[in-house]
Write a protein that binds this ligand. Structure first.
Ligand SMILES: *Cc1c(COP(=O)(O)O)cnc(C)c1O
Ligand code: SF4
Length: 445
């Protein structure tokens, strides 16, 4: 049997207690501290002891995934913070941190303004309702993680600035909202990582949804990186049995439960603890699906993806999405042109059987919707990206091919221009109307 492990978190405050830090040079350690004063840094004893290969620093993908690197912020920002640290003036460090964070686009894709629904004229905090059938819920106790990903697009939540935070209030008004919205079939608990919550907290969020007034909710999803960052959650933690029995209760109530697992690299499925956690979860009747952005320094190699998908299938996990990294935080360090993401996806896709081809990608989760880069083609002598919506603010936009001029530098939807001499993409006027309406609603609330 597996030896129990007690979670020990490491952050800026106690980083020097980390024995493995001695493997790093003085310069690397200082850079880690500089960047961690701007972007949130957190790792833990499982990640450090079982996932990272300390003989492969700095290239180890999990090291890149959890430890801040100098080049994750621009040189000017780096030296501003480095100088502040050298002067060791706390209030200066805080001021500089705030300034620099605001430069890093803390809320991409209009998250704070465009997707918050209203209930009786008042915004429902901690809820996003963008696509008709699915409501995202951000439990207030689930807004941290067992470790932080260096690329995280939700990083703003973790830096302790309340104006950047997004979470439900404790009154759970989101339930009232759901009762009134019978068109909603799917709830997606997300964060942060909802699986950081105790079993008791998790029950408070999930069990009420099993009551008859939520009959229209067919599918419950939990987005989590716990299989990668803390598999002991399902193995030897004090309340792991109680946690698993919540999953069983959802299944026994006749609902579907998907654990949307964030897996960036196959190394995350290579430990005994991770494999056992997957088995425990699947034994409850829950399904595990997996998604990840494509990231330089971590997984920008076709073989990493084909191996990742194959290991998912072998463990009973369904490959779900490959995303393009969003326009926030340390994006510059991780981003790549979308044509390259498409090529890596294609090379990996060629290597696997149909069981892995449930994955869709590369996908940009952008303001109008989830846009799939479906091909690179030449039409009437013009090289184009073939795009289509998998999800959209208006469902009528879905699954209809549209075309952008091929641009070898473009890394995001907003940089693309319509092909064939058109001035706008087909959805743009309508999108503007939809966003305009939402703004008026929000002001009225
Ligand atoms: C991705 C996403 C969803 C879920 O989309 P699926 O295709 O059903 O997985 C729901 N809401 C928002 C805001 C999203 O970004
Ligand atoms: S686990 Fe998810 S929410 Fe948490 S830091 Fe990583 S990407 Fe962000």
């Amino acid at each position: 049997m597996l030896k129990p492990k007690t979670l020990k978190l490491y952050g800026l405050r106690n980083i020097d207690e980390l024995p493995q830090l001695k493997n790093l040079s003085e310069k690397t350690r200082f850079a880690l501290k500089v960047v961690s004063n701007i972007l949130p840094f957190r790792t833990n004893n499982y990640v450090v002891e079982e996932l990272i290969d300390w003989d492969n620093i700095p290239n180890d993908p999990i090291y890149q995934l959890t430890f801040m690197q100098k080049d994750m912020i621009d040189e000017e920002s780096f030296s501003l913070m480095a100088d502040a640290l050298k002067r060791n003036n706390q209030s200066e460090i805080q001021t500089v941190a705030k300034q620099l964070r605001n430069k890093l686009n803390p809320h991409p894709s209009g998250q704070l303004t465009a997707n918050i629904p209203l209930l009786e004229g008042n915004p429902v905090s901690g809820v996003q309702h963008k696509y008709k059938e699915t409501v995202l819920v951000f439990p207030s106790s689930g807004q941290t993680c067992h470790a932080y990903c260096t690329f995280c697009f939700r990083w703003a939540q973790f830096v302790g600035d309340d104006s950047l935070k997004f979470a439900t209030d404790e009154s759970l008004r989101f339930q009232e909202y759901l009762k009134k919205h019978k068109e909603v079939t799917d709830i997606l608990f997300t964060g942060g990582d909802p699986m950081i919550m105790s079993a008791a907290k998790l029950e408070a969020y999930i069990l009420p949804l099993l009551q008859p007034e939520f009959r229209h909710i067919k599918n419950i999803r939990i987005g989590t990186k716990s299989i990668s960052y803390w598999p002991y959650k399902y193995l030897t933690d004090k309340d792991s049995d109680r946690t698993l029995s919540i999953f069983e209760k959802v299944i026994n109530a006749g609902k579907h439960l998907t654990i949307i697992s964030h897996l960036n690299h196959y190394a995350e499925l290579s430990t005994t603890a991770a494999v056992l956690a997957v088995q425990k979860i699947r034994n409850t009747g829950a399904v595990i699906r997996a998604q990840s952005p494509i990231l330089r320094h971590i997984n920008d190699i076709p073989d990493v993806w084909s191996t990742l998908w194959q290991m998912q299938v072998k463990n009973g996990i369904i490959p779900y999405y490959m995303f393009v990294e969003r326009e926030t935080g340390a994006k510059k360090y991780f981003e790549m042109p979308i044509f390259r993401a498409y090529n890596i996806f294609t090379e990996a896709f060629k290597k696997v059987s149909g069981l892995s081809k449930t994955v869709r990608g590369p996908v940009m989760s952008a303001n109008p919707g989830k846009v799939l880069i479906d091909g690179i083609s030449e039409i009437n002598n013009e090289k184009v990206f073939v795009l289509k919506f998998i999800q959209a603010r208006n469902p009528d936009w879905i699954n209809k091919p549209f075309y952008a001029k091929f641009d070898p530098k473009a890394t995001w939807l907003l940089q693309l221009e319509p092909a064939f001499g058109k001035s706008k993409f087909f959805y743009e006027d309508e999108l503007e109307e939809i966003l305009e309406e939402r703004k008026i609603d929000l002001l009225a609330g």
